[in-house]
Design a protein around this ligand. Structure first.
Ligand code: SF4
Length: 359
């Protein structure tokens, strides 16, 4: 299997003519490529676009990102999920300021050593920002190539990805021009996002690769790419206790490692509690509830886990003396400024702590 130069050149020309105008595209700034690539990991372009503009306007370069405090970045990041990305972005910016003169290195291997930058992102930054001839293979690229050559191997298998990377590397040994490299890598991703679609019928009639594509000829695009089934998500029942007095809410800070590390949350336990049990739990924390109200249930889906949440609002007389590690008492204004994951969106909306739908 070999990508022909004619097919690749057709793709580059198609991309140069048809690419969507995106705020991070063609700015000539490696920071923009890096920031957008991190934000786009496992997140749709539509969800990223406005957030990208907000974060970029607030933190326009590596120096400002490194200088901001992590909580500010997490607050800006709210709604995008996968908060480890934001933490790594911050750590990486600090490393770049301390060790790389405030610039992203124009070197694939050095990029790989930086926090939060794996092979795909290093390939994307290298090729898009610096024109370095290395592949950047994501799910879109794998789908297009699997259909183009009717590759039936499991795309979850690292050896399938390695084979596709090898194919693109081999193309780049023949054509090393920086514009070609950048437009080819972006073009094949763009094709996967806009033409060779993951769900539903691909728009083969407008595909620049249609004359080379085996799956189009045989109709096998329906089965490709092949992905072995994922293991089922674990369901975790939770009960949130939203404990408050007239002025303040009790907020818990999650542990510094693991799921939603270091984020703030409404205190919760990993089981469904009855009202009576919820009152007892509040008592164990040292509160004497005056009243308790059920709030709407909600569900939040992580990659391998689903939280099925019940919630109670528990009113207490005065929480002033409460003092315990990892807990805070904050008023509504302070609470609105804390990074609270979108998993708790139902309840931040209940208290009008958040207003924007993606916030
Ligand atoms: S011809 Fe169709 S199936 Fe083949 S790569 Fe293009 S859009 Fe995908």
């Amino acid at each position: 299997m070999k990508l022909s130069i004619e097919a690749a050149t057709g793709l580059v020309q198609w991309y140069d003519t048809n690419k969507r105008p995106l705020p991070w595209r063609d700015t000539g700034n490696p920071y923009d490529v890096w920031l957008s690539e991190i934000m786009l990991q496992q997140t749709r372009i539509e969800a990223v676009r406005e957030k990208y503009i907000l974060i970029h306007n607030t933190l326009p370069d590596i120096a400002s990102l490194a200088a901001c405090d992590e909580q500010t970045l997490l607050r800006l990041w709210e709604g995008l999920g996968y908060y480890t990305r934001a933490r790594n972005l911050h750590r990486c910016a600090i490393t770049l300021m301390e060790q790389y003169g405030g610039k992203l290195p124009a070197d694939y291997e050095q990029l790989l050593k930086l926090p939060g930058i794996g092979p795909y992102t290093a390939g994307a930054i290298s090729s898009i920002a610096f024109g370095i001839p290395v592949p950047a293979v994501d799910g879109n690229v794998m789908r297009v190539i699997a259909r183009l050559f009717e590759i039936t191997e499991d795309v979850r298998n690292p050896s399938t990805k390695a084979m596709i990377e090898e194919m693109i590397s081999s193309l780049f040994t023949t054509v090393r021009d920086a514009h070609f490299v950048s437009s080819f890598n972006q073009g094949i991703m763009e094709l996967g996002e806009t033409v060779c679609l993951p769900n539903g019928e691909p728009h083969c009639y407008k595909c620049p690769l249609q004359h080379y594509c085996k799956a189009m000829k045989t109709g096998s695009w329906k089965q490709l790419p092949y992905r072995s089934p994922l293991r089922k998500r674990t369901i975790q029942n939770r009960t949130l206790l939203i404990i408050r007095d007239s002025d303040r809410f009790l907020i818990h800070k999650r542990p510094s490692t693991g799921l939603l590390a270091g984020m703030y949350e409404f205190y919760g336990v990993d089981e469904h509690l009855s009202r009576k049990q919820a009152i007892e739990k509040a008592g164990e924390l040292g509160f004497f509830p005056l009243s308790i109200h059920s709030l709407p249930s909600s569900k939040h889906i992580f990659t391998h886990l689903e939280w099925h949440m019940k919630a109670y609002e528990i009113i207490v007389a005065d929480a002033s003396d409460f003092c315990k590690d990892d807990f805070l008492l904050v008023d509504a204004k302070q609470l609105a400024d804390l990074p609270i994951p979108s998993a708790f969106r139902t309840y931040t909306y209940t208290y009008a702590l958040r207003t924007e739908k993606n916030g």
